[in-house]
Design a protein around this ligand. Sequence first.
Ligand code: NDP
Length: 325
Amino acid sequence: MYKSLSANIYQTGDSRVFKLETSVIDPPKPNQVLLKQTAIGVNYIDTYFRSGLYPVELPATLGDEAVGIIEQVGEGVSEFSAGQRVAYPAAKGAYTQYRTIDTKELVPVPDGVDDKTVAASLLRGMTVEYLFCRLYKLTANDTILIHAAAGGVGQIACQWARAIGATVIGTVSSAEKAQTAKLNGCNFVINYREQDFVEAVNDITKGEKVDVVYDGVGKDTFMKSLDCLRVRGLMVSFGNASGKPDPLDVLELSKKGSLYLTRPTLYHYTRNREEILESAARYLNMLEKSRIKIQIGETFALSDVTKAHDYLVQRNRIGSPVLIP
Ligand code: NDP
C-alpha cells in the first residue's frame, strides 16, 4: 500500500490556498502505471488554474509535469516496465509523491539527463518544439522577437532558435537577464524597462521588422508586439505572465500589415501518442546533445509549494523552480 503526500486546492485564490494531505494510492488500473515521483515541474499554467484564470474542477491536485520511477505496471502495459525512469509534460495531478497515470501520458527519459533538469523543462521544451518545428517551421532566414528571453521558455527558445540559425532579438527586464539572454544565444537584447521595444526592433532590423513574435508576457506586450511585425508577419501569443491581453479589434491585424495571429497551447500540439512522443524526443535529444542547457532555479520541498508558486511569479528570478516530493 502506498501513501502519498499531495498539495491540493479546495478553492481558487492566491498561493496560500494549498492544503497538504496524505492519501492512499490505489493500484494501477489497466494501461496505467504507479509512479514514484522524484521531481515535479512548476509552471505558469499551474498558477492560472490555482488563481481561477483558467477553469478548474475542485478539489484538485495541481501540477502538469513530473519525472519518476515506475513502481508497478497495470494489466496490459507493454510499453513500460517497473524500474523505468519516465516523465510526463501535461497530466493534471503532479503535486504528489506517488500517483497512478495512464501510460499514454508518459515518455521515456534518456540516461544522460537528470531528473531536476527534465522536471524544470520538459513542458517548456516541448512548447518550444511545437512553436519552432510545427506551428511555424522556423528557418535560418527568419528574424524573430522573443519576449522574456531569460525566462524558462525564453532560455530554451533562444538556444533552439540559434541552433536553427535564426536571428534572435530578445527582451528582458534587467542587466543580469540581458547577460543570460546573450549567453543563451540572443543576437540582440532589448531591456524593455529602459527602452521602447518597438523602436529598438525597428532600429535593429533597419525598419524591416521581424517575421515572428513569440509573446508569453501577454497584457503588457501584446499590442506593441504587433507593431514589431513585418507585413504578413506572425504573432504567436502563447502566455499571460503579465495578465491576459486586452480584447483585440480584428481590423487591427489588417491595419498593421495583414498579420497572422495564433494563441496556441501545448495540449493542442500533443493530441495523440505520436505527437507526445515525437515532441518529447525532439526536445530531450537537444538536451542529451547539450545543444540546449537548462539553468534551474530554486528547488523546494513539495510541502513548500506556496513558496514555489511565489518564486515562479517573482520577476527577478532566473531559472524555473522544481518541487522535490
Ligand atoms: P518565465 O520563466 O518566462 O517567467 C515569466 C517571465 O515573464 C518573467 O521572467 C518576466 O521576464 C516576464 N514578465 C513580464 N511581465 C511580468 C509580470 N508582470 N510578472 C511576471 N513576469 C513577467 O515563465 P515560463 O517560462 O514558465 O513561462 C513563460 C510563458 O509561457 C508564460 O506566460 C506561460 O504561461 C507560457 N507558456 C505557454 C505554453 C503554451 O503552450 N501556450 C506552455 C508553457 C508556458 P522579464 O523580467 O525579463 O520581463
